[in-house]
Design a protein around this ligand. Structure first.
Ligand code: AVJ
Length: 320
């Protein structure tokens, strides 16, 4: 079966409006910040795929190891008819789940949801070609806003992989999980991947690799703003910085102005002092019991928790 046409719940004009609003608010704030979702234009999505293959970036490999070992358990425990994947990107690891559902179970529909049209186009075509008989319905949407638009009926499994839940701040995470639970029916399932707290000597290089791919990924957000909003960021004026926050147990990516610089954007002049930083991403790391507590607080019941052999990354399976 070929993939169905993408369902667009996020039009170019919604995206533009969202970007303008985030840039207006974030660049006026002290300290300045931007939400990480704007990294992922076609180039940003490619750079992220490149990050996942870097020697320092362990989360993708570790999560793949968990899924390789336990995808069959997920299929058997959930008996899902519909698999919905939030922030699906390339859906590369999802194939481990689709393979398990092919072996046992009768999954009928796969619904990847992502803000990136380019990533969805290629992933839906590739998945549809590789899994004949599977209905593939790609949705262009924002997982923080479009949970009420997910397809209903049949037993559903929502997968939120990669540790992307760590991009949400704690209050946003609680709000997201509560909205997720409300969008599901009792007996539906949530599979969520979380990067785990570990030696910062392992975490920091994963976000500051020797080849500089993460630095390019980080700076890409400035290129997106230049192109989409006609801004004039001097991209080379900014240096990539990754900082571990031991109290909040998250890593932050920032862009540090190496010398005083300014940008004209949305009819406003924004100035950066030398050394001033713009926060572009928070990526929280979790403790196994913390994830269970957050799931319970939002009405889920965690039925399984698996890690890779090195204990780097955790995957929780929770019942709504
Ligand atoms: C896609 C959000 C899981 O936080 O590790 C990779 C994004 N940022 N390198 C992460 C990212 C810097 C990634 N997630």
């Amino acid at each position: 079966m070929s993939a169905e046409p993408l369902e667009i719940h996020l039009e170019q004009q919604d995206l533009d409006r969202g970007l303008r609003e985030d840039v207006r608010v974030g660049l006026a704030a002290t300290p300045k910040w931007l939400p990480p979702k704007w990294f992922y234009d076609a180039r940003g999505s490619e750079l992220f795929e490149e990050i996942t293959r870097l020697p320092e970036y362990y989360p993708t490999r570790a999560e793949r190891a968990v899924l390789a070992a336990h995808a069959d358990d997920v299929a058997a425990m959930t008996g899902a008819k519909t698999l919905i994947e939030l922030g699906s990107g390339s859906s590369e690891k999802t194939r481990l789940l689709l393979d398990a559902f092919t072996r046992h179970g009768d999954l009928g529909t796969f619904v990847p949801l992502d803000v990136s049209v380019s990533a969805l186009r290629s992933s839906t075509e590739q998945i549809a070609a590789a899994y004949p008989g599977l209905r593939v319905r790609g949705i262009v949407g924002d997982f923080t806003r479009h949970l009420d638009r997910l397809p209903t009926g049949g037993r559903r499994l929502v997968a939120f992989l990669g540790g992307t839940i760590g991009n949400l701040l704690p209050a946003e995470r609680a709000e997201f999980l509560t909205a997720m639970r409300a969008a599901l029916e009792t007996g539906d399932w949530l599979l969520v991947g979380t990067d785990l707290v570990k030696d910062p000597g392992v975490i920091v290089p994963a976000y500051d690799d020797a080849a500089g791919v993460t630095a390019e990924f980080n700076r890409n957000v400035l290129r997106v703003i230049n192109r989409e909003l006609g801004a004039d960021f001097d991209v080379d004026a900014f240096r990539h910085v990754a900082v571990w926050d031991p109290r909040r147990e998250w890593i932050e990516m920032r862009l540090r102005a190496e010398h005083p610089t300014g940008v004209r954007v949305l009819d406003t002049d924004v100035v950066f002092a030398a050394g001033e930083e713009l926060r572009t991403e928070v990526s929280a790391k979790f403790r196994p019991e913390g994830v269970a507590a957050e799931l319970t607080a939002s009405g889920f019941d965690r039925r399984a928790f698996w890690t890779d052999p090195d204990g780097l990354f955790g995957v929780s399976l929770a019942r709504a």
